[in-house]
Structures are given as C-alpha cells and as structure tokens.
Design a protein around this ligand. Sequence first.
Ligand SMILES: C[S@@+](CC[C@H](N)C(=O)[O-])C[C@H]1O[C@@H](n2cnc3c(N)ncnc32)[C@H](O)[C@@H]1O
Length: 222
Amino acid sequence: MFNLSAPVASSQQLPHKNLPRKLSLYMGTNYRNSIPKYARDEFKRFTRVLDNNNTKIILDSGCGTGESSIHLAKINPHCLVVAVDKSAKRMRRCNTDTADSGNVMYVRCDLIHFWRLLQRAQFRLYKHYLLYPNPWPKPGHLQRRWHAHPVFPAVIDLGGELVMRTNWSVYAQEFAFALRSYIKTPVTVTELKIENAISAFEKKYSGSGHILYQVKANLPHD
Ligand SMILES: C[S@@+](CC[C@H](N)C(=O)[O-])C[C@H]1O[C@@H](n2cnc3c(N)ncnc32)[C@H](O)[C@@H]1O
C-alpha cells in the first residue's frame, strides 16, 4: 500500500516565461560537465555487457525502485532495458535486489553523467522512458527540470521514442514546448487512463486520483 499523495502545489500555473530563453541558450550546445570516475566506471560496465548483447536499448531514466524497468523488459524481450537512478537507497528496493537479471541492467549513476557518456559514445536508443521526474515546482527551480537543464540537448541526441510521464500539467506543457523547440517531428500530449500502473509513482499518483500526463515524441536519428 501507499500513502495518498497531494497533487503538485506551485505558484506557477503556466509554462515558465523564461523557458524559451533557456532553450535558445542551450540549443546546439554540448553540456561540458566534468564526469566523475564512478560514472565512467559504471558506463564501462554497461558497454561490457553490450559487447555480448547486441540488442536494442531501452533506457529507463530515473527508474526509482525499478518496477517500470521490469515491466518494460517483459514486454520487450528482444531489448536490453537499462535502468538508471542515482539513489542507491531506491535501487536497493528493486525487486531483483539490483542484481542485473534477464534483459534488465541496473546502473547507479547521475543521469547528467550517464546521458553525456551515451551521447559522447554516439549511442542511439530504441526507447527512452522518463517516468515521473521530480517536478521542481518552485518557479526559481526551472533549470532543475530536465527540459530546462543544459544537459537536455544530450537527451535529444540519444534519439528513439521518448516518453515522459508526470502528474503536473505545467511540467507536461513545458516538456512538450521544449521538444517542439528542438525537433520538427510531432509531439503528443495525452491524459493517461491508468488500469495497470507500471511504476511505483504511477501507482501512488493514480491511486491518489491525480491526472497523469504523457508526452511522447519520436526523436530524429541523424
Ligand atoms: C519521483 S521518482 C520516480 C521514480 C520512478 N520513475 C517511478 O515512476 O516510480 C524520481 C526518481 O528520479 C531519480 N533522480 C532524480 N534526479 C536524478 C539524477 N540526476 N540522476 C539519476 N536519477 C535521478 C530519483 O532518485 C528518483 O528515484
């Protein structure tokens, strides 16, 4: 069971007025963060698995306790699901005790580093899930939302079918706006009707009666 959760509360009711400026600042740029050794080591471990596993990659970014990763692995048996989260505590609660199993591989890493490493190595994803990212609802936290972060161009470069779900309509609107600014292909925003929740937060939010939104786009491969 879970405790009922309150909908996102924010003084921001509309897409942030500074978002277009942030996007034009980062468009076409590479975020040059310094990547720590632990992240490079995790990436090496990931590429070693791939050497023996020449399959399509589904990235579950911010997988939390990993229910969605297991679900995605079951319905995509021909793919490798790479489940990434920075929280060791959340990942320890994965059903599989974080041991890589079947077609799921768990990676404990900050996404800011992992996305950059994938981008640098010119990986192209088959699908990319960003389920219920932290909303950072304070207007002053705009840059912490993924679509307004300088690493977002790396997410675009990774390609594939990108799916983002959130319980905050403003986040969905901003995310879709950011995608449309970066790519020419269609971006859809839909309200979800959840029958079988695929992640822990989806279960919690749908069980609490929140409206859930999905933003989806096929990112172009160059
Ligand atoms: C609200 S939870 C959603 C978890 C899961 N996707 C779900 O739907 O149940 C957000 C997750 O993103 C992870 N996260 C936030 N920022 C991250 C970052 N920079 N790198 C990796 N994981 C991050 C958190 O640790 C947390 O597990």
